[in-house]
Design a protein around this ligand. Structure first.
Ligand code: ATP
Ligand code: MG
Length: 377
């Protein structure tokens, strides 16, 4: 193996990896004139790297308890999340701290992540967090090709580079509507097919979408502090940049209100990333155990359950069924939202180590779908 690729190859089980720097070295090795040492898996930079050395910690975030809770649920089950709030409420700050609470990828997941980076020609070991799940945060000027993949020689886009990790779209309404629309199918399927004259390729993109936005162009609609200066049509136009079908794919909608001055003056009271990460890790372990018998399901989290698995693992009783039905009617939610609410409820139950979905878990999951109804009508 070229020495530069040896760290990656050493992760594959059952092969001995000899890093070499030139062909001459190979010839001499094959002629028995020189010795080469094997790079062991445990010496690969991906294994030796200090895990989760993300310097940003959730302990620095003041207030925003409900946002923290929603983020924890989203990370635990791999659910999509949208944060809505006025400028300076901490949305971007919280999003940047998400990598620090994500459990490390499983070995199979990590090999897939590395393969995609190799295909894109990006050396992942140059990243200081190279053994963590990817966190991609493209700028809102990005093109459809940049997001989905493509080009003259088809290659992975941001959504595939975020495979098994997070795709963070900050200032969501600023993205080109056409770019957001092409995300719809890949978000649902967990894979993206790119057709170009040079050929057609399908790449995996099992991502957790995290998005942040202001409620209106000036940023202060509905906030207790500053008065909003936008007219109703302006607000309507702004929000309509995000289509209903895209919103429908976002499981948790959460409001990040402006912090009160008292809260700002106080020291932060929230938990550290380490504590949150531990709970997410346990919840993911429960899920990995649950799906260990499912073939072809490489990402073992609740958000990726298919219809059959939802039936099997998200059973609710008759009373809860009526409750959910009423909520769906009142909030005018789709059949997709029905499934997604059940998946989120399953994750909340996993975080509580409950085998069955409780009323509280179901109600909490429904509540995360109610915000968009008021805002995006
Ligand atoms: N909850 C918070 N706790 C501590 N500091 C905060 C909090 N919210 C905001 N800040 C401070 O304000 C700065 C700006 O916050 P941030 O960029 O996250 O706001 P935002 O919600 O993304 O705003 P915008 O809508 O303008 O993008 C942070 O870097 C931080 O210093
Ligand atoms: Mg921001």
């Amino acid at each position: 193996m070229p020495a530069e690729s040896a760290d990656e190859a050493a992760l594959v089980e059952g092969v001995d990896v000899y890093p070499v720097h030139c062909l001459d070295q190979v010839v001499r090795f094959l002629n028995g004139e020189t010795q080469l040492s094997i790079l062991k898996r445990e010496n690969s930079c991906f294994v030796t790297q200090n895990k989760n050395n993300n310097a940003l910690d959730f302990a620095e975030v003041k207030g925003q308890h409900s946002v923290r809770r929603a983020v924890e649920i989203a990370v635990s089950g791999g659910h999509n999340l949208l944060m809505i709030g006025p400028p300076g409420s901490g949305k971007s700050m919280i999003a940047k701290r998400i990598p620090g609470i994500m459990p490390p990828p499983l070995n199979d997941e990590f090999l897939e992540i590395l393969s995609i980076y190799s295909a894109a020609g990006i050396a992942r070991e140059t990243d200081k967090n190279c053994s963590a799940r990817p966190f991609r945060s493209p700028h809102h000027t990005i093109s459809e090709v940049g997001l989905l993949g493509g080009g003259v020689l088809p290659g992975p886009g941001e959504i595939s580079l975020a495979h098994h990790g997070v795709l963070f779209l900050d200032e969501l309404p600023e993205f080109k509507r056409s770019a957001l629309e092409v995300l719809r199918q890949p978000l649902e399927d967990g894979s993206v097919t790119i057709s170009r004259s040079a050929g057609k390729i399908t790449l995996p993109c099992s991502v957790m979408l995290v998005a942040a936005m202001n409620p209106c162009p000036c940023g202060y609609a509905g906030s207790n502090g500053k008065a909003c200066r936008c007219s109703l049509p302006q607000i309507h136009r702004y929000r309509s940049r995000i289509s209903g079908p895209l919103l429908d794919r976002i499981d948790l909608h959460i409001e990040a209100p402006a912090l009160r001055v008292e809260e700002l003056r106080k020291a932060p009271t929230g938990e550290s990333s380490e504590d949150i990460r531990e709970r997410c890790r346990i919840a993911r372990e429960i899920q990995a155990d649950r799906f260990s018998h499912t073939q072809g399901n490489s990402s073992l989290c609740n958000s990726r359950m298919n219809a059959k698995e939802i039936n099997r693992h998200c059973a609710i009783n008759d009373r809860q069924g009526v409750l959910l039905q009423n909520a769906l009617e009142q909030l005018q939610l789709s059949a997709r939202a029905y499934d997604r609410i059940l998946k989120v409820a399953r994750t909340i139950a996993d975080l509580n180590a409950q085998e069955l979905i409780s009323d509280n878990a179901l109600l909490e999951a429904i509540q995360y779908r109610s915000l968009d109804r008021g805002l995006f009508k």
